[in-house]
Design a protein around this ligand. Structure first.
Ligand SMILES: Nc1ncnc2c1ncn2[C@@H]1O[C@H](COP(=O)(O)OP(=O)(O)OP(=O)(O)O)[C@@H](O)[C@H]1O
Ligand SMILES: [Mg+2]
Length: 490
């Protein structure tokens, strides 16, 4: 009986198998195979090797760059402490001033970490990056863990690593000032769009000469911005704030930016608009900025109108020395196509919401020339007038340069400065000139009084000349009008 069944079954199978092969679509067979057979094979492999790996690749371009999404840098910062305890071959890079070295793993080295009772291993490796367009081999940090910790790692451990890494980066980072590179048609996807040097500007709000109440208002505003992360998250506003600094030359606009950066501990991105040729280049620049940064466009009125005089003059006291100034017309290349609407998008469009904690600062000497659309509240939230040196400002400068808080001559200098428009840079120059010449405090202040008198005399003479000119113009106009009337009467 058994053999009868066996014979029938084998015969049926021989008849059915070619029919199945012929009529059941290959795709269906393949998916059946993948689904059932491979799954069981994978379970078998998992029994033999139950460990899972995750590779976190290094950014392609710039070893040091810390972009807002640089997971590699965050992992490196996170592992720095563990490295110093365990690994045997380390790499040391200079950390923040006075903080020794930041340690990282040499290639092939491994350290263990523990999280909620689970042990995980980090190693420095090289691997093929399948996601990259050329699938190149890149350095990465490889995390290895038992598959039973998969959920713990994905849901809790990796976010924990990134948060701790971010905190460590913020704590240890050297602050930088960036200026934009020229982006040309030959700039490749991974070329750096920013150049940087360490930011070591000595100015603080204590050394900034301006009206004391106004200064305090600005400090409070900055603090409120920094401490109100929840407010911005709750209301859905991008966590950014715009400041417009305006005033005559030498009144401390660039100096104010340095004081802001030092107060908040932010990086500075100084955008030279005259070398930005297209609006998409501006977007690229913004995408490459980090959180906790001040994005600066100086002399905005002249930057948009590329024929402005100050384009030639532009040597920002914050960033000029290390970078070559590029004049788009020098070599006959195309002019910038950056428009007002482009800059407006840049400030408050989609792109400005691509990160958090950014301050945008525009400076100008001619606030009246600016388009109202550019400076309306919401774009430029806080308008700050940097004006001529009055008594408060003078006292700060006297403290900075002469180390004095009070002096019998202060009163008369205060009265003079209330009447004469002298830029802080001129007051600072006067005091520095006399201290360099070895004069004492008394004679330095006396020298300043003489200089202010000269400035006043010059200003008076100019005002008088202008009044006379206006008067004679009026007289000419009157005479012309009378002449025309006479002609009409004849
Ligand atoms: N308010 C100020 N407090 C302290 N120092 C100042 C102040 N204003 C000017 N100075 C001094 O004068 C120098 C030039 O000032 P700064 O470059 O900040 O002026 P600015 O307003 O940016 O001028 P510009 O409109 O020409 O760019 C500074 O390096 C600083 O030493
Ligand atoms: Mg300036």
């Amino acid at each position: 009986m058994d053999s009868w069944w066996f014979a029938n079954f084998t015969t049926a199978w021989f008849i059915l198998a070619p029919l199945i092969a012929a009529y059941v679509p290959r795709r269906l067979l393949k998916s059946y195979f993948n689904h059932h057979v491979c799954r069981h094979a994978k379970s078998l492999v998992a029994l033999v090797d139950p460990y899972v790996t995750v590779d976190i690749f290094k950014r392609f371009v710039d070893d040091d760059s810390i972009s807002s999404s640089d997971a590699y840098a965050e992992v490196r910062a996170y592992l720095s402490a563990a490295c110093s305890r365990e690994a045997r071959a380390l790499r040391a890079e200079s950390a923040m001033e006075g903080k020794g070295f930041a340690l990282s793993l040499q290639l092939g080295q491994e350290v263990a970490d523990e999280f909620r009772g689970a042990v995980l291993w980090w190693s420095s490796a090289e691997s093929r990056d399948e996601a990259h367009q050329w699938q190149i081999t890149r350095r990465c940090y490889r995390l290895t863990f038992h598959q039973r910790h998969r959920r713990l790692v994905v849901d809790e451990y990796l976010p924990h690593v990134r948060n701790k890494g971010k905190e460590a980066l913020d704590r240890d980072r050297r602050r930088r000032i960036y200026t934009n590179n020229i982006i040309t048609d030959y700039t490749y996807q991974d070329d750096r769009v920013w150049n940087h040097i360490d930011f070591k500007h000595p100015t603080t709000f204590d050394t900034l000469a301006m009206d004391a109440a106004k200064k305090q208002e600005i400090i409070d505003d900055l603090d409120a911005f920094r401490n109100n992360k929840e407010f911005y998250a709750r209301t859905g506003w991008p966590w950014k704030r715009g400041y417009l600094l305006y005033g005559p030359p030498g009144t401390g606009k660039s100096t104010m930016i340095a004081a802001m950066a030092n107060h908040l501990g932010y990086d500075v991105y100084d955008i030279e608009l005259t070398v930005v040729r297209h609006i998409h280049d501006l977007r690229k620049l913004l995408v490459e900025t980090t959180d906790k940064s001040i994005i600066v466009i100086e002399d905005i009125d002249c930057s948009l109108d590329l024929t402005g005089e100050r384009r030639k003059k532009k040597t920002s006291s914050l960033s000029s020395p290390p970078f070559v100034n590029y004049d788009p017309d020098d070599d006959g290349r195309k002019r910038s196509k950056v428009t007002l609407s482009g800059v407006l998008n840049f400030i408050d469009g989609l792109w400005s919401a691509c990160g958090g904690e950014r301050i945008v600062v525009f400076t100008t000497n001619h606030v009246d020339k600016l388009d109202q659309a550019l400076v309306r509240r919401g774009r430029m939230d806080f308008h700050i007038e940097m004006s001529y040196c009055r008594f408060d400002g003078f006292r700060t400068l006297a403290k900075n340069y002469l180390g004095i808080d009070d002096h019998p001559l202060f009163e008369s200098i205060g009265e003079m400065l209330a009447e004469v428009d002298v830029a802080p840079v001129d007051v600072a120059e006067c005091i520095m000139t006399s201290t360099r010449a070895g004069r004492g405090v008394d004679s330095s202040l006396q020298f300043l009084i003489e200089e202010v008198k000269k400035i006043k005399a010059k200003a008076d003479a100019e005002a008088k000349a202008k009044a006379e000119e206006d008067e004679s113009e009026e007289e000419e106009e009157d005479e012309e009008e009378e002449g025309e009337k006479d002609l009409q009467l004849q």
